[in-house]
Design a binder for this molecule. Structure first.
Ligand code: NAD
Ligand code: UDP
Length: 340
């Protein structure tokens, strides 16, 4: 029986994608080394989908990963396996290049060896760098430029995939550039687990809301935006997961080489707007302080999602209120994440 392999599938986006695939009767294999996830997620995925998942605890950089290709007939590989914290990547560049690129290369080598030629890659809006405001929304054909080692791993990853596409007519890949995923599964059973102090805004906000952190630091209110705070295109993780389903369906239908798609809503919200939406959803006032801008942050980032709508027949359906509601539902039901 053929199936979809999710490398890094126990993580935040992978776990939500696994559920959406299982609900559509796909067979799912998850490979993860739990470097940034928790084994308890597997049982929750199975509970939500009422279906079993084949699971391997493995590092995708290692030779042991080959067993997955030996034991299964795989139609499509989706590669989520990577480290993702921008700040850590500046401090530990080598470990980021090593993990994100060695795992990608090993995965692609095994795919070639076992004649698996359909690949979905998790890329990021970070590859657009600091797009001039009058050039927004960001389109897939814009020039790319990374501003930190993490972004470089995504940019180099995209290059590797393009080069393989150029060299091999049978290789088909969809590269998905995610904007800012937040939210959680509506059930409250799946969400984003962070270890230590969160770097991203939504997990930070939810930890302030449960009293684990005293206040939110807002990084700058002197940007050239309406209220001076940074603007991002937040996207509900379940919408993002469905974007993967659509990408897989396309790969199973057409051989179109390597294609790139933005996954965003197309609408930007400022930090202040997000804080207000979160306060509405949680019925709580969120204490905050305005602090210095964070190094490397851009003022505004939002997607032109029209290519994904036209070609993949995908568009985001959940808005900022649902994103905040579901993030809060996850955090309040699971104050210790998957350890609860
Ligand atoms: P995550 O950390 O929750 O998930 C990644 C998973 O990969 C984790 O379960 C981790 O244990 C696993 N992993 C890492 N290295 C591995 C290895 N060598 N072998 C096996 N497993 C390994 O992150 P996420 O938010 O689900 O992100 C998934 C992908 O999307 C990543 O590639 C990330 O860079 C990319 N991305 C994420 C965001 C975001 O804001 N969450 C935005 C843009 C792109
Ligand atoms: N941000 C903030 N306080 C935080 C974390 C983030 O004000 O503790 C702001 C950040 O400056 C940016 C937005 O929130 O404008 C989204 O940041 P995040 O780190 O979540 O995602 P990024 O867009 O940097 O990948």
């Amino acid at each position: 029986m053929s199936s979809i392999l999710l490398a890094g599938g126990a993580g935040y986006i992978g776990s939500h994608t696994a559920v959406e695939l299982l609900l559509r009767d796909k067979d799912v294999i998850i490979v993860d080394n739990f470097s940034n996830s928790n084994p308890n997620v597997i049982e929750r995925i199975e509970r939500l989908a009422s279906k079993r998942v084949k699971f391997y605890e493995l590092d995708t950089r290692t030779s042991e990963f080959e067993i997955v290709f030996k034991e299964n007939e795989i139609d499509v590989v989706v590669d989520f396996a990577a480290y993702k914290a921008v700040g850590d990547s500046v401090k530990e560049p080598l470990s980021y290049y090593e993990n994100n690129l060695c795992s990608l290369i090993n995965t692609l080598k095994l795919m070639k060896k076992y004649n698996v030629n359909k690949f979905v890659f998790s890329s990021s809006a970070t590859v657009y760098g600091d797009v001039k405001v009058d050039m927004l929304p960001a389109r897939e054909d814009y020039p790319r430029c990374a501003t930190n080692p993490y972004g470089n791993t995504k940019l180099i990853g995209e290059e590797i995939i393009s080069d393989i596409g150029n060299a091999d007519d049978n290789f088909n890949s969809i590269v998905l550039r995610y904007f800012n995923p937040i939210g959680a599964h509506q059930s409250g059973l799946l969400g984003e687990q962070t270890n230590g102090v969160p770097a991203n805004i939504m997990p930070y906000l939810t930890k302030v809301a449960i009293g684990e952190l005293p206040f939110l630091n807002i990084f700058g209110d002197d940007y050239d935006t309406e209220d001076g705070t940074g603007i991002r295109d937040y996207i509900h993780v379940v919408d993002l997961a469905i974007g993967h389903v659509k990408a897989i369906e396309r790969l199973l239908k057409v051989n179109n080489g390597v294609e790139f798609f933005n996954l965003g809503t197309g609408k930007g919200y400022s930090v202040m707007e997000l804080v207000r939406a979160f306060s509405r959803a949680s019925q709580m006032e969120i204490p905050y302080k305005i602090v210095e801008r964070r190094d490397g942050d851009v003022a505004m980032s939002y997607a032109d999602p029209s290519k994904a709508k036209e070609v993949l027949n995908w568009e985001a359906s959940l808005g900022i209120d649902e994103m905040c509601r579901d993030s809060w539902n996850w955090q309040s039901k699971n104050p210790n994440g998957y350890d609860d």
